[in-house]
Design a binder for this molecule. Structure first.
Ligand code: ADP
Ligand code: MG
Length: 392
């Protein structure tokens, strides 16, 4: 690889690199293509959604240095859609080409211990927690944390690697179940609701935020995002300011998602995602520029767009259980009746091209847009029921 990591504007038809081949990467590829770039994706899964539409798919692991040399040699800059890319991989690539976000920022977001410590050190609002590295740490945890949730520090997502625990004994059992992996023990908070802010930040420090969205979860997985969130303007502003501060403190360049809990009328930061966020999918359909276009712009040193949201939007995730006859992951495997969704006015369906549906796997989503927020929500919830998503 030639050695040059100076940051200048990268223009089409340059080739961009993407670490990770999931749906977030797939939307990045689509946005980059629209803007005239080529994209190479590196992901070990030969069927990865982004790899399928990329100009080149390097089917290799994130620590395959021969593949990284190829990616670095063929691309003008590299970004990620997957927070678990090893920081060493990003560091390695950054010796040759610009890498955004930087390894240091990704390292904070990919480890719940580093993330919580970052929030605490910077005086950012967070819930009560304890760092757990041993059974002794569990036994000595403040009794006031219970009922609590024990979360593995690394590689958890969509509620995986989490256990709700009512007592020290239950927490010890859960810690053993997680094979003694480092964890955080968080007090279980009573949530008024959950909101998130997606923003983009460029190298000069300019930040552009999308309006906060409200997130509703089901079985620990995002189910519905309502954008903008129907919370007070004060709360939305505080969420935006807090997310901006996080981006600044991280020296972040790229698209960042920040999840918040609203409790007792106030905000605490839940976690950060160093990539576009599931709750920002609607920006494709409801904003002048999407979170993926912003990621391309930040990576390439282009001016960030001012992302005006032109329509109220509701996003509904489509999980793998919908592909089974009972809608819960049992019975015959079949394709959902997409015609039902296409008949809904103002609805856009996005399917990720994943070759097999498993319960809980994100297979696609739809977004309903319109002028009136309440009416959009009703239309989206009706479509959600019509395609077969049921609340237990
Ligand atoms: P993931 O990486 O799976 O998104 P999160 O930490 O965001 O992990 O947890 C997933 C969801 O579980 C949250 O969005 C929230 O609904 C619930 N949850 C997690 N931690 C807590 C907590 N401390 N108190 C209350 N609910 C929580
Ligand atoms: Mg989360």
């Amino acid at each position: 690889m030639s050695s040059s990591n100076t940051s200048s504007t990268i223009l089409p038809p340059a080739t961009l690199g993407m670490l990770g081949g999931g749906q977030l990467g797939r939307f990045f590829v689509a946005a980059a293509h629209e803007m005239g770039y080529k994209v190479w994706v590196l992901d070990p899964d030969p069927h990865s959604p982004a790899g399928l539409i990329a100009d080149r798919h390097l089917v290799a692991g994130y620590e395959d240095y021969a593949a990284l040399d190829e990616l670095g040699g063929g691309c003008a800059a590299v970004t990620t859609e997957f927070e678990n890319v090893p920081a060493g991989t990003l560091d390695y690539l950054s010796k040759f080409i610009p890498v955004h976000p930087a390894a240091s920022a990704v390292a904070v977001c990919q480890n719940r211990i580093a993330e919580k410590s970052f929030l605490a050190d910077n005086g950012l609002p967070h819930g009560p927690f304890a760092v757990i590295r041993s059974e002794d740490d569990v036994r000595h945890a403040d009794a006031g944390l219970f009922p609590a949730v024990l979360k593995v520090a690394r590689f958890g997502y969509d509620g995986k690697g989490q256990a709700r625990v009512a007592s020290h004994d239950e927490a010890v059992a859960a810690f053993q179940h997680f094979k003694g992996e480092p964890c955080v023990l968080e007090k279980m908070l009573t949530l008024d609701c959950e909101v998130s802010v997606v923003l983009a930040r460029d190298e000069a420090g300019t930040v552009r935020c999308f309006a906060a969205g409200e997130n509703r979860h089901r079985n620990g997985i995002l189910d519905v995002t309502i954008a903008p969130a129907q919370v007070s303007a004060d709360l939305r502003d505080t969420a935006r300011q807090t997310a901006e501060r996080i981006a600044e403190e991280l020296g972040y360049v790229g698209t960042l998602g920040v999840e918040f809990f609203v409790c007792g009328g106030g905000l605490v930061v839940n976690e950060m995602a160093p990539r576009p966020h599931n709750s920002g999918h609607h920006t494709i359909d409801a904003c002048d520029a999407s979170q993926y276009e912003q990621q391309v712009r930040a990576l390439c040193g282009l001016p960030l767009a001012v992302p005006r949201q032109h329509s109220a939007a509701v996003m509904v995730n489509l999980l793998g259980e919908l592909w089974y006859a009972d809608g819960k992951g049992h019975g015959a495997y079949r394709e959902p009746d997409w015609a039902v969704l296409h008949a809904v006015p103002g609805l856009r369906l996005h399917l990720y091209g994943k070759h097999h549906a498993r319960p809980g796997r994100k297979m696609g989503h739809f977004v309903v847009t319109g002028e009136d927020a309440d009416e959009v929500l009703q239309r989206a919830l009706q479509a959600r029921a019509a395609i077969g998503i049921r609340d237990e």
